[in-house]
Ligand binder design. Structure first.
Ligand SMILES: [Zn+2]
Length: 462
């Protein structure tokens, strides 16, 4: 790997080099999986120290940033000629909690079984951290001439709102992470629909409106029920909210995603997908799908409308006292292009007007332009590495670090490439028990990412 490439030579390592690079990338992933960065509390520093050690050995310039002790972010940069603006590869180091007893292999063991590396963070998203690091190392060692800086950011705190991670970097150290384009989660995994294969690339994400609904009523003694009990009133509001499907809003990204899938799958999926875009018929299709394939139905439903999930309850403090108020916390998710006000109007129409609303936190959804040279490059590299499969823009119902980087004007795509067989359900592993990544699929992703980055940022390319 140490030889320089002559000018005009290919930037792609030879096969023997690839085998070594794959082993190295798997070693980095295994090492990261063995470091417990469960958030809360996060403790990303141990993982950041590991990355810093690798970067220092390779003499790649980097810096670390902490908003609070232990919540470490690492940012490294390979300089290009400056002819074009930077590409940022960003992955978060923190992971969501794992219930160890429910796993077949311990969640922080980095164990290898059945052709997979197991561990919390295997797909969300220490895989992208390890692939991005290895891509940087390969570009550096092979002295690939670059027109764009390639920035690598391994950040803290994405799973709890990014305040110690990407938001902190964007607010306090914008020069470290400012880029024209960002690659992060969620996308680049194989999606099997019937005989067709897709690689969804996140180009849009929903916003949040976290709010409370409170009901009020006269207090009283629990021994003498009365009809204006605040707890019962709130209960009726929650029941109505849980039964309701909010109005459908077809966004350009989701309509395109559904049409692209429908065009490539046979009957009856083709017809069912088409009906999803017709608001008068779509609830029946979703209702049918929910009974048969809940895992497919839930994200489709969430892509087509604003949603509201009751998650927290608070009322009373004594069993024999009817309290004068009761409150439920609601996780609201709002489509790009929809305002918080119009979302709350939809909620009011469902729960009625005898309850109060308090908005706790909100930010709007985002849609990034998918007609860019980077998206074209992604589509090309996916088609080359998985002939017959297509990359298609899509929207996720959650949010990622993209909502922070967009504040610096970046165009962000969710693309952490990994090839999965039809038996691997990506969405079940995301935050689920037994999170794991196929070794072959990870190595495939490494090649895709390396080819994409070297092609898009290499001199005279992209
Ligand atoms: Zn994630």
């Amino acid at each position: 790997m140490a030889e320089a490439i002559a000018s005009g030579a290919t930037a792609a390592p030879a096969d023997a080099d690839w085998a070594a690079l794959e082993r190295e990338a798997l070693g980095h992933l295994r090492a990261l999986l063995r470091i417990d960065t469960t958030n809360p509390p996060g403790n990303e520093r141990a993982a950041a120290d590991y990355l810093a050690g690798v970067l220092a050995r390779e003499e790649i310039p980097f810096a670390t940033f902490e908003k609070a002790p232990g919540r470490t972010n690492v940012v490294a940069r390979l300089k290009g000629s400056g002819a074009r603006a930077a590409l940022l590869l960003s992955g978060h180091l923190d992971v969501v909690p794992a219930v160890a007893e429910a796993w077949q292999h311990p969640p922080f063991s980095g164990a290898e079984h059945d052709g997979c590396l197991w561990g919390r963070g295997a797909v969300d998203m220490k895989n992208m951290v390890a692939m991005s690091l290895t891509t940087l190392l390969a570009l550096k060692r092979r002295r690939v001439p670059l027109d764009r800086d390639v920035i690598f950011a391994a950040v803290a705190d994405e799973e709890a709102g990014s305040r110690h991670g990407s938001l902190f970097l964007v607010d306090r150290h914008p020069d470290a992470v400012k880029a024209e384009f960002v690659l992060t989660e969620v996308g680049g995994h194989t999606l099997h629909v019937g005989p067709a294969r897709f690689y969804p690339v996140q180009v849009a994400e929903k916003g949040i409106c976290w709010f409370e609904i409170s009901a009020d009523g006269p207090p009283g003694h629990g021994s003498m029920p009365h009809p204006h009990n605040a707890v019962a009133r709130l209960g009726r509001a929650i029941a109505a909210l849980s039964r309701a499907r909010l109005p459908q809003h077809n966004t350009e990204v989701v309509s395109g995603f559904i049409r692209a899938m429908a065009a490539r799958v046979p009957f009856p999926q083709r017809q069912a997908l088409g009906l999803l875009l017709r608001p008068a018929l779509s609830p029946r299709v979703l209702g049918w799908l929910e009974k048969r394939n809940l895992e497919q139905a839930l994200p489709l439903n969430a892509m087509l409308r604003n949603t509201a999930s009751p998650t927290l309850l608070a009322a009373g403090n004594k069993i024999n006292v009817i309290p004068d108020s009761a409150t439920v916390g609601v996780d609201g998710r709002v489509l790009p292009g929809q305002s918080v006000e119009s979302f709350l109007d939809e909620i009011r129409r469902v729960v009625g007007r005898d309850v109060r609303f308090t908005v706790l936190e909100q930010h709007e959804g985002t849609t990034f332009d998918s007609r860019t040279p980077l998206f074209d490059a992604i589509a090309e590299v996916v088609a080359r590495h998985d002939p017959g499969a297509v990359a298609i823009p899509y929207m996720i119902p959650g949010f990622t670090d993209a909502f922070a980087y967009r504040r610096l004007g970046a165009i962000c795509y969710g693309f952490s490439p990994v090839q999965l067989g039809p038996e691997m359900k990506f969405s079940q592993m995301y935050h689920g028990h037994d999170e794991r990544i196929p070794v072959a699929g990870f190595c495939w992703g490494l090649r895709v990412l390396y080819d994409l980055v070297s092609g898009f940022c290499g001199r005279g390319r992209g």
